[in-house]
Each structure stands twice: as structure tokens, then as C-alpha cells.
Write a protein that binds this ligand. Structure first.
Ligand SMILES: *[C@@H]1O[C@H](CO)[C@@H](O)[C@H](O)[C@H]1NC(C)=O
Ligand SMILES: *[C@@H]1O[C@H](CO)[C@@H](O)[C@H](O)[C@H]1NC(C)=O
Length: 282
């Protein structure tokens, strides 16, 4: 009897566990990077805001790659760090060397921070493509020392995360079971993308520009059609203008619709985003 009871309990438990599954349909899995074919070992990926490519980190070969968007098995994969493997060298990204980079993070401006695990330091790749060391550069040792970043030490296994809104870089230090914080520089926390800075345009400026452009167009059309709708004492013209009144209203509507179209197109940043992408590529 007791055993029957325990079997029933087990059955009920099993049913309640299996009913926890919710299988949501509608997703598809596609391999876009085959590391065996390309001889790379992807460890981590990162999408930078406004960028036309994805950053890929190869932990075992200590290399950094870009993968062009849109992602497919035909995306262009380019190595952007030095062709040498392990090492420690700052400067131009094309010559920079890393030692078992473990993870990376991107700030609001587009700078990338790399957890260079093998060198026990944190590296920064600026938007202009210069690599520098922002923490651990003087100590280069394993440990858990806080304080001025160049003298700080990290465990031999740590990962990075940026909280852009708070302008901070977090170090998840597995070795010392801790989370450590580095304040980023305020100029690296602007949310505008690098290309927007090239233009020197913010959202408000773009909106104002759109408004100005649509008003100018309205004025232009107005001047063009003016002779046909404004009476000049000439009786024929007055008659024309009387006939033309519904036409004027219609035209006014058309101009308003056109203006609105232009303004919303610019406000939607479609053209703006396209220009942004174009300039970012260059
Ligand atoms: C890419 O993927 C498509 C569809 O999955 C496949 O037909 C094609 O052979 C693949 N091309 C390469 C180079 O792997
Ligand atoms: C940082 O390290 C350097 C070199 O080891 C040393 O000269 C300097 O005094 C250290 N600074 C601090 C604040 O510990």
C-alpha cells in the first residue's frame, strides 16, 4: 500500500515537472560562421551600435575578426588584429596582439573593451582603431588589487560588461568571485554613434532641418501657383480664381501631405540612417 502511494506521488511529481515545459514555435537556427572551414574558434561576439559588422573574438588563437552584416554563411570574415598569435602589443589595431582575450564590451561611443586574460589587463580599442591598456598595465600580475587602474590586478579568468547609461565598466572576476567597477570617461558615454558625431547632428537638429525643408518647399510651391489663384484686378483672373478655389484647397492639402511625408521620412531617420551607414563604412 505504502509503495503504491509512493508510486502515485512519483507519477504526480513527474507530470507536474514535465508540464513546466513551454515549447514556443517560430524560431529557426542557421549556422552563419563555420569555424572549421575558416580555421577560427569563435568564443564571443559583439554588435557595436551603428556598425556595419559584428566583432568576433577567437579566444584560442587570440585573434579579433569582423563579420559583415547581414549575417549569413557568405558574410565577409576579416581578421583585424595582428596576424601573429599570442602577445602583448598596443597601438594600431592591425598590429596589436592579445593573449587569450576572454570577452569584450562596447561603450556608448563605440569603444571596445577587451578582457585580455593572458596578459591580466583590460585593453581598449578606440573608435579610431587604436589599442591601449586601461587597467593592469603596470602590475601585469594575477591578483585582486583595487585602486588606480594601471596598478590594479585581476584574476586569470574575468569577463567584462558595460552599463552605458551608468557610464561604467564591470569586471566579473571569476577567479576572486567578485564584480568590480571601473568608471568610464564621460566623453565615452555619449549615446550618439561615431558617424552622428562626424555629422555633428543630433535628433533635434535633424527634425528642425526636416521642418525647415518642408516649409521651404511649401513656400516654393506657393510662389509658383500664386499668379493663378490671387486676383490682380483683371476680371478674367478673378473668374479663374473663383473656379480655382477648390483647386487651391486641394493644392494646399497636397502640399501639407507632401510636407508631412518629408518631415516624417527625415524624422524616421531612414535617409539619415542610410547616410550614417555609408559614412561609417568609409
Ligand atoms: C550557405 O547556406 C545555403 C543555405 O543554407 C546553402 O545552400 C549553401 O550551400 C551555403 N554556402 C556555403 C558556402 O556554405
Ligand atoms: C603603481 O606601480 C608602479 C610600478 O610598479 C609604482 O611605481 C607606483 O608607485 C604604483 N602606484 C601606486 C599608487 O600603487
Amino acid at each position: 500500500m505504502a509503495s503504491l502511494f509512493s508510486w502515485i506521488t512519483l507519477f504526480v511529481l513527474f507530470c507536474s515537472v514535465s508540464s513546466e515545459l513551454i515549447l514556443e514555435e517560430g524560431y529557426t537556427v542557421t549556422t552563419v560562421i563555420d569555424g572549421h572551414k575558416l580555421n577560427i574558434n569563435p568564443h564571443s561576439v559583439l554588435a557595436r551600435p551603428g556598425s556595419s559588422d559584428l566583432l568576433l573574438l577567437d579566444f584560442s588563437n587570440s585573434h579579433l575578426y569582423t563579420v559583415s552584416f547581414p549575417l549569413s554563411n557568405e558574410s565577409e570574415v576579416k581578421r583585424i588584429s595582428s596576424e601573429e598569435k599570442l602577445g602583448y602589443r598596443d597601438g594600431k589595431l592591425g598590429l596589436a596582439r592579445f593573449n587569450k582575450p576572454r570577452s569584450f564590451a562596447v561603450d556608448g561611443k563605440g569603444n571596445v573593451y577587451v578582457a585580455d586574460r593572458g596578459n591580466h589587463v583590460i585593453r581598449k580599442i578606440s573608435t579610431s582603431g587604436t589599442v591601449s591598456t586601461i587597467a593592469g598595465g603596470l602590475s601585469k600580475a594575477i591578483g585582486k588589487k583595487d585602486g588606480p587602474a594601471q596598478n590594479a590586478t585581476f584574476a586569470d579568468d574575468f569577463e567584462l560588461a558595460v552599463v552605458a547609461e551608468r557610464c561604467i565598466l564591470l569586471v566579473v572576476d571569476h577567479g576572486s568571485q567578485s564584480v568590480r567597477l571601473i568608471d568610464l570617461k564621460p566623453e565615452d558615454c555619449t549615446t550618439t554613434s561615431p558617424s552622428a558625431q562626424i555629422f555633428g547632428l543630433g535628433a533635434v537638429t535633424v527634425w528642425t532641418l526636416g521642418l525647415g525643408l518642408s516649409c521651404f518647399l511649401g513656400l516654393f510651391v506657393g510662389i509658383l501657383v500664386r499668379p493663378y489663384i490671387i486676383p490682380h484686378g483683371d476680371s478674367t483672373l478673378i473668374r479663374f480664381s473663383k473656379k480655382g478655389k477648390p483647386c487651391l484647397i486641394n493644392l494646399g492639402k497636397q502640399v501639407a501631405i507632401l510636407c508631412f511625408g518629408i518631415r516624417s521620412a527625415i524624422a524616421n531617420f531612414k535617409l539619415y540612417t542610410l547616410l550614417q551607414k555609408l559614412f561609417y563604412c568609409c
